[in-house]
Ligand binder design. Structure first.
Ligand code: NAD
Length: 260
């Protein structure tokens, strides 16, 4: 068990990639806080972990709301005695050509992806520093932390920004043994991606099958989607890595779509 006795907070963990990470962390022995806007689904995921013999709690949290983030992190620290791992994963997608984005849509994307990463990091770091046990902060980036695609201006900008944030947190956290890294998945068939397939088909004027084969998976080595389990395994690796040797890094998990 690679995370025995550790406490992990995973945001956006009621669905998709975050949920898979929460289940994997629990299997590795961690106490897991499933923080999500969708409290019902967060509680369901926590109940599933408990049925499987693990320890988990659901936490209602909008990652763009500083008071909600601070209260959620405080509740986890109270329940489990600290926080060792943060996975800042909550995210959404909105796709348009840049000139069709409203300013409100742009701000919403930046708020969830970047403000959320900042607020959750700011709330967890003092607990990690004070406990003196080190810690691991993992940001859910994307191949879009390294590459650009049509229709995704705020997403690509925010995902690139997470790499900068991780590098600063790595430098500031180093003397406390707090590490910061970014996992960069390719396309994973979660609700976030299922929603995009018809939207991109409409905007690009192509079929849904072509969105999958000619847009999403075009540059992979094998035409395969990345899975939630692939991403969870990479995240466990960062969470459990024991030294500062692995900090300020980003790891692409994308069937070779990007090899940067
Ligand atoms: P998903 O839609 O399955 O899950 C996202 C979760 O985030 C949901 O449970 C939702 O309720 C929650 N959420 C949304 N806004 C929130 C907020 N303000 N506060 C708290 N929770 C909030 O999506 P997913 O595909 O699992 O995406 C998770 C992360 O992975 C995102 O950051 C996404 O950008 C990233 N990612 C996804 C893919 C992919 O192909 N699916 C690829 C690369 C990166």
């Amino acid at each position: 068990m690679k995370l025995q006795g550790k406490t992990a907070i995973v945001t956006g963990a009621a669905s998709g990639i975050g949920r898979s990470i929460a289940l994997a962390f629990a299997r590795e022995g961690a106490n897991v806080a499933i923080a999500d806007l969708n409290q019902g689904a967060a509680n369901d995921a926590a109940a599933q972990i408990a049925r499987d013999g693990g320890k988990a709690m659901g936490v209602a949290m909008d990652v763009t709301d500083e008071a909600a983030v601070d209260a959620g992190v405080a509740a986890v620290v109270k329940a489990y005695g600290g926080v060792d791992v943060l996975v800042s994963n909550a995210g959404i997608q909105i796709v348009h050509p840049l000139e069709e984005f409203t300013y409100a849509e742009w701000k919403k994307m930046i708020a969830i992806h970047l403000d959320g990463a900042f607020l959750t990091t700011k709330a967890c770091l003092p607990h990690m520093y004070k406990a003196g046990r080190g810690g691991s902060i993992i940001y859910m980036g994307s191949v879009h932390s390294k590459e650009a695609s049509l229709l995704k201006a705020p997403y690509v900008a925010a995902k690139h920004g997470l790499i900068g944030l991780a590098k600063v947190v790595a430098k500031e956290g180093g003397k406390h043994g707090v590490r910061a890294n970014v996992v960069c998945p390719g396309f994973v068939r979660t609700p976030l991606v299922e929603k995009q397939i018809p939207e991109q088909a409409r905007t690009l004027g192509i079929s849904e099958a072509d969105v999958i084969s000619k847009v999403m998976l075009k540059d992979t080595v094998d035409g395969e989607f990345t899975t939630v389990d692939d991403v969870a395994q990479a995240t466990v690796f960062f969470a459990a890595f024991p030294t500062n040797a692995l900090t300020g890094q980003s790891l692409i998990v994308s069937h070779g779509w990007s090899m940067e």
